[in-house]
Ligand binder design. Structure first.
Ligand code: SF4
Length: 439
């Protein structure tokens, strides 16, 4: 563990490098492709209860983190993770294994490319080449196989998104760099990572920082697009000239299908969403039992939910009985909330608990198309993008900003929860909130 205090900021917690928080150590378990067979899920639930405080968070990188682990229970927990083959050989290997993949990888016959073999191959290359261990802590990759559950809107520093005819679109910092044949995709993505390491300034931690300073060349390149300086070169990143015209763009709205967020899907999977991404050991055990009963596996998604697939039956009633969200219209799915105090040492308000209390009144805004972010402090861990309504904790109260991120100045004086309820209710009653203004 790097620094026994575990209080270094700006890095991602792992199992071998846990982070200290208000309720103990956070131990993140990085799951290859988010895959979690039922036996392992049950074992992790038992470990969360035995070595932590029984609470489990789902992260936006499709990992799972146990909370409330103590200095005394850390080593027994690591031993258990090793028994489950869920512990990396080193903290560096764990950290560089930062890959988000389509949750239905290998299970979706409609996916243009089966990315399943690519997921572990990419991880092994990242682990095996120590040069990649110099990638910044939050630098991550994304493998999107397309199909019924595309990863539209999920960001990564380097992304491969499947298109037709066995080609991936290669993105760097969210921008298209080129197209690459599936069999060449791994080398191309790693080539871009090499290029990032070669070009980055010390303070550039994400690909978008580099792309902001050295713009990418046009995707329709035929070679170098920059002259006389260090920059992006087609040869350097190993991307071939686009082989053919792009496929038709996806129909409007694709990727925003709410059914991916919770509930049963006709393609034979079920998404169980945890309110604000948090569930307890009993709920995880319950999901493992349902999956085992129906011959399904569990996959964590970047939408902080757990998918069960393949499924030939509807498990809505079973999952609902666990207290998990099964309705894609549940307003809590449109509310992002970090743990806040006391779980987080920086928290100035109990964001997650207050978000649950505010959910009934916030539902009225969500129904009008609003997005909501309740943050325990201005850091805004739960949501980087602006939200229609952003509540930020300040000394036990909340300031409100509209169409803003958590760092924007509040438009109101800080309010208590009761004052906030009254304020929001009045806004709703007066009909003075228009979703077109605030979405
Ligand atoms: S936003 Fe602030 S309170 Fe919430 S988890 Fe991040 S640091 Fe903690």
């Amino acid at each position: 563990m790097s620094g026994s205090s575990g209080q270094i900021k700006g890095w991602c917690p792992g199992a071998l490098r846990p982070m200290r928080s208000g309720d103990g150590l956070i131990v993140r378990v990085r799951l290859t492709g988010g895959d979690l067979i039922p036996d392992r899920a049950a074992a992790l639930a038992e470990a969360a209860r035995r070595f932590g405080n029984g609470l489990v968070d789902l992260t936006s990188r499709a990992n799972l983190q146990m909370r409330g682990v103590s200095d005394d229970t850390l080593q027994p927990l690591l031993d258990r993770l090793a028994e489950l083959s869920l512990l990396d050989a080193s903290a560096a290997a764990e950290q560089v294994r930062n890959v988000i993949a389509s949750p239905l990888a290998g299970l979706d016959p409609s996916a243009p490319i089966d990315i399943q073999p690519l997921i572990r191959a990419l991880e092994l290359r990242l682990i095996g080449n120590e040069r990649f261990h110099f990638l910044p802590a939050k630098f991550g990759f994304l493998l999107d196989g397309g199909g019924v559950l595309p990863l539209d809107g999920v960001e990564a520093d380097i992304a491969l998104r499947a298109e037709v005819d066995g080609h991936f679109r290669l993105e760097a910092g969210g921008e298209t760099l080129g197209w690459v044949r599936a069999e060449e995709a791994l080398e191309a993505a790693l080539g871009v990572a090499e290029r990032f390491l070669a070009l980055r300034q010390p303070d550039e931690r994400r690909m978008r920082d580099l792309v902001g300073r050295i713009p990418l060349p046009s995707p329709q390149w035929g070679g170098s697009t920059r002259s006389g300086g260090v920059g992006w070169e087609a040869e350097d990143v190993g991307v071939p000239t686009p082989p053919r015209p792009l496929a038709d763009p996806p129909p409007p709205g694709e990727g925003k299908d709410q059914s991916r967020l919770a509930g049963s899907h006709p393609a034979g999977f079920f998404t169980a969403a945890a309110p604000f991404g948090r569930l307890d050991a009993g709920q995880l055990e319950g999901l493992a039992a349902i999956a085992a009963r129906h011959g399904a596996t569990l996959r964590l998604t970047p939408w902080r939910s757990i998918l069960l697939a393949p499924l030939a039956v509807d498990v809505t009633t079973q999952v609902s009985s666990l207290g998990l969200v099964v309705d894609p219209g549940d307003p809590r799915l449109a509310i992002a909330a970090c743990p806040g105090s006391p779980s987080c040492l920086s928290g100035e308000a109990p964001a997650q608990a207050d978000a649950a209390r505010l959910a009934p009144v916030l539902a009225g805004f969500v129904e009008r198309g609003a997005s909501v972010h309740v943050s325990g402090c201005a850091k805004g861990c739960a949501r980087r993008a602006p939200a229609s309504i952003t509540l930020v904790g300040q000394g036990g109260r909340y300031g409100i900003a509209f169409d803003a991120d958590s760092k924007a100045p509040a438009e109101t004086e800080p309010m208590s929860l009761g004052e906030l309820m009254a304020f929001l209710t009045k806004r709703l009653t007066e009909n003075s909130f228009k979703s077109s203004d605030h979405v």
